[in-house]
Design a protein around this ligand. Structure first.
Ligand code: BES
Ligand code: MN
Ligand code: ZN
Length: 502
């Protein structure tokens, strides 16, 4: 397999005074009234030209977008980006990403005039800029010198504060997001369970407070993890359970928050094979595992004071002479037997063993699993919200808040008791597909809930509709790295509920 290109980012620095250098100019603006402050240090002709361009272009300040201008003073180009009027973190980040992406093929230096933005907002903008530089064309030939881009200088009255937030949290988030998006975007012939593990080891090498453990198929056999082993049986590439623990400063005695990820490195559907249309996208079916591991990477790189574990249930779902068949019965780690109705409902199988392993081995304060689990979640929520399922209201509330604040919104859906009927098997304890037209995303959540004790606060995020999308002003097509920002924030702000609190 050819080596993928690595992400190349501009250097970022923060200063208080406008430098003399005239490369590209980026102007984040919230409204016309605020503009004069941002333009204060420019020449009068530059100011007039920019103001006139904005007035005549009917630029919409409130929705994400940009206006690129040429021929302003000595600038190579001027990019105006709307930051919205609400001043929320995701808005600054989105605006930054639009600028970063707009300037991908600009080799000159970049000056950002941050105007009246707070230090936090400036850092969010710079972080977004870095995220916007992400490229998903990992295997396309690079032109010579293509990655050599000038540095970014952010001009702000709060330069010092912005710099410290950015260097601590922003850079960590960008590195983690890039790791998550790269591994999700990469093809199935490059990334299979063992490679996922190797990539994680590389990403975390030298990072303080990290411990990595891996279960291979021999260990799984000994433990009786028949569900994940069953899914992996059709593949030449054996399954793995990857456990990345991060113990932040002062949290040695804390119980961990555990994040579990579905890590199907390619989902053909197995014997219940998928139609050929868009099947290539199923290389992203390990996005849950990529996001939980990426979130822990972000937390660890920024030395957050949290105790968190990412558990990735990794397997490849292939059809083969040895593959599991519809009707087969598997025994999961917790002893429950599962009748396989569809070998394409494999995510819940690997997570069944993942969740049981977590219950048995980690004394979690809360468990949140993240999975590209069902096509049906798109039918319910389109591309606006990922699905959130939980029997614990306080946990659901904290996840909803984190998602909202991070710009990765969730919508809570029920795990109705009636789903038990849909998942009832005549030969085994449970079946992996509903009997009729039961709610696809909900019955999948119900299934997962059968593999973790109801006493453990648990939530499930179905991100099948959010993990992957087409290109836009702020991202290339492919992985969105959905979940990294949400989980990073959720873990940082986590508050344990009262004992027995719902
Ligand atoms: N990986 C798929 C879900 C998926 C679909 C993710 C589209 C991203 C985009 C999952 O393994 C799957 O195949 N789910 C089936 C479940 C069904 C067989 C019960 C589905 O949703 O159709
Ligand atoms: Mn499937
Ligand atoms: Zn799948």
């Amino acid at each position: 397999m050819a080596q993928p290109a690595s992400q190349q980012l501009r250097l970022v620095q923060f200063v208080e005074q406008l430098p003399a250098d005239r490369g590209a100019l980026v102007l984040p603006v919230a409204n016309l009234e605020e503009l004069p402050t941002s333009l204060r240090d420019l020449t009068t002709p530059e100011r007039t030209a920019i103001q006139r361009a904005l007035e005549t272009s009917e630029f919409n300040f409130s929705s994400p977008g940009k206006l690129s201008l040429r021929g302003i003073g000595d600038w190579q180009q001027v990019v105006i980006v709307a930051v919205g009027e609400d001043g929320r973190a995701p808005d600054y980040e989105r605006a930054g990403a639009i600028a970063g992406r707009a300037l991908l093929s600009e080799s000159a230096t970049v000056t950002v005039i941050a105007g009246a933005m707070t230090g936090e907002a400036v850092s969010n903008f710079a972080t977004g800029f870095g995220l916007g530089e992400y490229r998903s064309d990992l295997y396309r030939a690079r032109e010579e010198g293509e990655g050599d881009r000038g540095a970014v200088t952010v001009v702000s009255g709060s330069a010092l504060l912005a710099q410290s937030i950015y260097e601590n949290r922003g850079r960590a988030l960008i590195a983690a997001m890039n790791w998550t998006r790269d591994i999700s975007n990469e093809p199935g012939n490059a990334v299979y369970p063992e490679v996922f593990v190797d990539r994680a080891r590389t990403a975390f090498s030298g990072v303080e407070g990290i411990q990595i453990d891996v279960l291979d198929e021999t260990a799984m056999n000994e433990l009786g993890m028949g569900a994940i082993l069953g899914v992996g049986r059709g593949s030449e590439r054996p399954p793995r359970l990857l456990v990345v623990r991060y113990t932040g400063p002062g949290t040695e005695d804390d119980r961990p928050i555990v994040l579990a990820g579905k890590g199907i490195t390619f989902d053909t559907g197995g014997i219940s094979i998928k139609p050929r249309q868009n099947m290539e996208n199923m290389r992203m079916d390990m996005s849950g595992a990529a996001s939980v591991t990426g979130a822990v990477l972000s937390l660890a790189l920024s030395r957050a004071s949290v105790n968190v574990v990412a558990v990735s249930a990794l397997a490849e779902n292939m059809p083969d002479g040895r593959a599991i068949r519809p009707g087969d019965v598997l025994r999961a780690l917790n002893g429950k037997t599962i009748q396989v109705i569809s070998t394409d409902a494999e995510g819940r199988l690997v997570l069944a063993d993942g969740l049981s392993w977590i219950e048995r081995n980690l004394d979690a304060v809360a468990v949140v699993d993240v999975a590209t689990l069902t096509g049906s979640v798109r039918g319910a929520l389109s591309n606006d919200y990922a699905g959130l399922f939980s029997r614990h209201d306080w946990l659901a509330t904290q996840l909803l808040e984190a998602g909202d604040a991070a710009g990765e919104p969730l919508w809570r859906l029920p795990i109705h008791d009636s789903y038990a009927q849909d998942m009832r098997s005549t030969v085994a304890d449970i079946r992996n597909g509903s009997t009729g037209n039961g709610g696809g995303a909900g019955t999948a959540a119900y299934f997962l809930g059968e593999f973790i004790s109801r006493d453990i606060p648990w939530a499930h995020l179905d991100i099948a509709n959010m993990a992957w999308s087409g290109a836009s002003d702020w991202k290339p097509d492919g992985s969105a790295g959905f979940g990294v920002r949400l989980l990073d924030r959720f873990v940082r702000e986590f508050e344990q509920s009262m004992p027995n609190g719902r």
